[in-house]
Design a binder for this molecule. Sequence first.
Ligand code: ATP
Ligand code: MG
Length: 186
Amino acid sequence: MRTFIALDLPEETREQLSDLQGLLRVGRHVPEENLHLTLSFLGEQPLPALEALHEVLCDLPPREVVLRLSGLDILGSRQPKLLFIRAERSGPLAALRREVLTAVRLAGIELPRTRFRPHVTLARFSRDMEERDAAHLGRFLQTHGDRALPEVVAEQVTLYQSVLREDGARYDPLASYPLVPMAGET
Ligand code: ATP
Ligand code: MG
């Protein structure tokens, strides 16, 4: 099955992002309950590999992180493909991603090395965007491009199955893993 590991966003953060999406009149918006930060895209994996990964993640839960989302950006320079908000690539977030990749490797899953550009996708655009929609998107970016959300503690990661459908993917959580609180906190 098609799978990925994501950092789940606190409800308040998803609500803030959903409010922002509400100001955008173009594109296919990612539904509020689907907003996430991908830590590792696993692609097609057989069940035994996922079971092994589940064991490892239960035994070695990664550490909690403070999430800072700020700055909107577009993927696709000539043709806008998607709109996202960047996450600060902090030391703890990079460490969390490394911990997840280590778990993936310990489960015997081999993935190509990819650069980590942490982000939350907000909307996707169809190929032939009309000119006035492109103009609206441009204005939206000018007005809201610098948006920074209040920082929040992200407390769990989830292993998702992604079922691709014509009207957008459906994500089914297979298992969630609470993150270990940061040292120094009670
Ligand atoms: P759709 O592809 O129908 O637009 P989606 O992108 O939400 O839906 P998936 O393609 O299953 O669904 O992707 C699940 C998550 O993994 C998304 O956050 C997506 O950005 C990310 N992802 C998908 N493919 C890759 C890839 N090749 N490398 C890195 N991340 C990926
Ligand atoms: Mg996709």
